[in-house]
Ligand binder design. Structure first.
Ligand SMILES: *Cc1c(COP(=O)(O)O)cnc(C)c1O
Length: 401
């Protein structure tokens, strides 16, 4: 049944193991036998449905996970990758060649930024970084070499919100592919329904949610996924960002509680953001009415899941930020760690960690101040208690006036 609700589409999938297990069996083989040599040839050429040849190409476990992710994003198909970066780099290298250009939001994941800024120019692929919330500035830099429009639904770490519907109109008019990294907002936003051509996730974050694995996925049309898997010129096939089957099986199991976790992450983050704002702190959270993208997000989101688990707080200086994070960790309110989507709150100062690839000058220009702390709010059952303890830390460091 086709439903507009992403969690229902996942729920409606049915899996059985080869012995009737309620979880599909894990394929623990790198290679597969054939009864006939002809079928082996057809499989290699991609013409034998349901047959497997070699596990870099595909495995049943990876296909199961991909199927669940495609259902979530409402795309025809999906290909899992060994990491979010494995997914992002494969997509960009599949879509762009020498002489082509990318237009990207300037507030994106540090690794993606570094790949576009430092690596792709070696292949003569240039990127123009723009303020993605300013549609005129996006249109102004499009030229005949532009192939890709790239953004994050909710940007890392500044939590800027991309108007995917508006961007997709520009992309369609100019014949560009709109590629959206939806890592911060799984279930919350369905970019394909808003016009995105390709949707990417780092599975490492909310989707797996256990901080025990690295993974990525590319969701798109069957045609595009087939292109990525093509044995002659497919980026996923030839660059080798293959996910291990054991990992795919493990991530699939964690994914089944994603809807419950996202609701709790959002509820807790909304509570903390509102509370800290009342206390007079400089907090950025998409669920706050004064967030510049609040209305845009409300137009796009599946409201059951709220505004997500990511929040930033500017405490004025890096020294203060570091002191506060160390103290919060000491009080066991969370961990001083990069990454996100864990059951515990994670916090880090992006200027000196996950976004350190971005030069200081550019960080300033985009509003990434060095007192900024990025929070991935955890699944705490009693968030009021967490808030009070956090406030104690802030009081003792004179952050709250
Ligand atoms: C972490 C992250 C990535 C990279 O994913 P990996 O799994 O670490 O390779 C890409 N985009 C965003 C928004 C991320 O948070």
């Amino acid at each position: 049944m086709n439903t507009h609700k992403p969690a229902d589409r996942i729920q409606d999938l049915q899996y059985f193991g080869e012995f009737g297990g309620v979880n599909p069996s894990i394929t623990d083989s790198s290679t597969y036998t054939f009864l006939s040599a002809k079928t082996m040839f057809d499989t290699f050429e991609g013409n034998a449905e349901g047959c497997y040849l070699y596990s870099r190409h595909s495995t049943p476990s990876n296909l199961y996970l991909g199927e669940a992710l495609a259902a979530m994003e409402n795309t025809e198909s999906a290909n899992v990758a060994a990491s979010g970066m494995g997914a992002i780099t494969s997509v960009l290298l599949q879509l762009c060649g020498s002489g082509d250009e990318i237009i990207s939001s300037r507030t994106i994941y540090g690794g993606t930024y570094a790949f576009m800024k430092n690596f792709l120019p070696k292949l003569k692929i240039d990127t123009k970084f723009v303020d993605i919330t300013n549609l005129e500035s996006v249109e102004a830099v499009i030229n005949s070499n532009t192939k890709v429009l790239y953004c994050e639904t909710l940007s890392n770490p500044l939590l800027e919100i991309a108007d995917i519907e508006a961007l997709s109109k520009i992309a369609k008019k100019q014949n560009l592919k709109l590629v959206v990294d939806n890592t911060f907002s799984p279930l919350m936003v369905s970019p394909k329904n808003l016009g995105a051509d390709v949707v990417i996730h780092s599975l490492t974050k909310f989707i797996n949610g256990s901080s025990d694995a690295v993974g990525g996925v590319i969701c798109g049309t069957q045609e595009f996924i087939n292109d990525l898997r093509n044995v002659n010129d497919g980026a996923c096939m030839l660059l080798g960002p293959t996910m291990d089957s054991l990992r795919a099986a493990s991530i699939l199991k964690n994914m089944r509680t994603l809807h419950i976790r996202m609701k709790q992450h959002s509820r807790n983050a909304q509570f903390l953001a509102e509370s800290f704002q009342k206390d007079g702190l400089r907090v950025v959270y998409p669920g706050l009415k004064d967030h510049p993208g609040h209305e845009t997000f409300k137009r796009m989101y599946n409201e059951d899941y709220g505004f997500g688990g990511m929040m930033t707080l500017d405490v004025g200086s890096l020294d203060k930020a570091n002191e506060l994070m160390e103290m919060m960790q000491m009080q066991n309110l969370g961990y001083l760690a990069v990454s996100l989507g864990f059951y515990k709150t994670l916090f880090s100062a992006p200027g000196t960690s996950t976004s350190s690839e971005i030069p200081m000058e550019e960080q300033k220009e985009m509003g990434l101040s060095d007192g900024l702390i990025r929070f991935s709010i955890g699944l705490d059952d009693d968030i009021q208690r967490t808030y009070e303890k956090m406030k104690e830390c802030m009081n003792s460091l004179n952050i709250l006036k």
